[in-house]
Design a protein around this ligand. Structure first.
Ligand code: AHM
Ligand code: MG
Length: 332
């Protein structure tokens, strides 16, 4: 019988791959795995527990916040507090950073950025949602509390990133800069098991994923690219959960894009919590991630926690093709 490799075993085996490994990052990744298993449990039982539906709050970007968003956010923060491996969190659901202090927390080298429950508009209708996370090595002195500059780092500085897709099965996909691996949660033993080693995105693909409803608000280059996809009879797929849309793109190939629009000239998705971690994963799998001005996502300067960006991410050939349209119609 083939031996199953659990997430914990895999992470421990790979610890030697990390430069100056002290076991801290290993433990942090493991603790994130535990937190997302608890979130998964809550999502599965959400209807029964009556915690579905919008809470009477908005997040800092003005979107409706669902109850499960709050639950997931609180849970991740609590898990990181008790983990002792993380000096602070910046979450899409909180305006400012959350420094984590305590007897053993103060000396942690790492900080975490997260969108605890991405795709919240899908929660009420039982459609896939996800958790996104990124880990940076902090810049501030480890003897004191972390500060906001520890989080305002370019995507190129990420030491690890991952997402959990709560779909037909629950999958955790992550990278530490040495390729991308996927783990499927086996509910019978409560463990993430290595199911998709060394994930590589197809060089090209037939799927394009975009909210076509905003077509008239997109810049000309994006509109021409979409018309081209249409003429080429490519297949449109759009779930409205970035994690799920990028996950499909990673495995089947193609492109996911959330362009800027005439009413959202900076785009909608957040650079720190969503776009940088997903770009790190896709690039590590051999893909490309740019904004809709043609700049690499992971090289964007970041000046505020909730900074937004446009994005086009996926198979190299298709993203390059879209970039060609962007270049040709620049400024229009
Ligand atoms: P959220 O983090 O508040 O859930 O918003 C992000 C989501 C992404 O998952 C998804 O790609 C996008 O918003 C969908 O937006 P729209 O409904 O405008 O197509
Ligand atoms: Mg989100």
């Amino acid at each position: 019988m083939k031996r199953i490799l659990t997430l914990d075993e895999f992470i421990l085996q790979r610890q030697k791959d990390f430069k100056h490994a002290s076991g801290e990052l290993t433990a942090l990744l493991r603790d994130i795995g535990v937190a997302t298993k608890i979130i998964n449990n809550a999502i599965n039982k959400a209807g029964l527990l009556n915690i579905l539906g919008a809470a009477d709050q908005s997040n800092t970007s003005g979107d409706d916040v669902q109850k499960l968003d709050i639950y997931s956010n609180d849970l991740l923060i609590d898990c990181m507090k008790s983990s002792g491996q993380c000096a602070g969190i910046a979450s899409e659901e909180n305006e400012g950073i959350i420094p984590i202090s305590g007897v053993h927390d103060v000396s942690s080298k790492y900080v975490m950025v997260t969108d605890p429950l991405d795709g919240s508009s899908n929660i009420d209708v039982n459609v896939s949602v996800g958790t996104i996370f990124g880990i940076y090595r902090r810049l501030s002195d480890v003897d004191g509390p972390c500060n906001v500059n520890d989080f305002l780092q370019k995507g190129t500085e990420l030491v690890a990133a991952g997402y959990v897709l709560y779909g037909t099965s629950t999958m955790l996909v992550f990278t530490t800069g040495n390729g991308v691996n996927g783990f499927t949660l086996d509910p019978s033993i409560g463990e993430f098991c290595l199911s998709h080693p060394n994930i590589r995105i197809p060089q090209t693909g037939n799927f394009y994923s975009v909210n076509q409803g905003y077509y008239l608000k997109f810049p000309t280059g994006v509109r021409r690219f979409l018309s081209h996809c249409f003429e080429e009879k490519r297949t449109l797929r759009y779930i409205g959960s970035m994690v799920a849309d990028v996950h499909r793109t990673l495995f089947k190939g193609g492109i996911f894009t959330y362009p800027y629009t005439s009413d959202k000239p900076g785009g909608k998705l957040r650079l720190l919590y969503e776009c940088n971690p997903m770009s790190f994963i896709v690039e590590q799998a051999g893909g490309v991630a740019i904004d809709c001005h043609g700049n690499r996502i992971m090289e964007q300067e970041i000046t505020e926690l909730h900074q937004k960006t446009s994005i086009a991410i996926g198979s190299p050939d298709i993203v390059e093709e879209m970039n060609g349209f962007i270049e040709r119609f620049k400024g229009q």
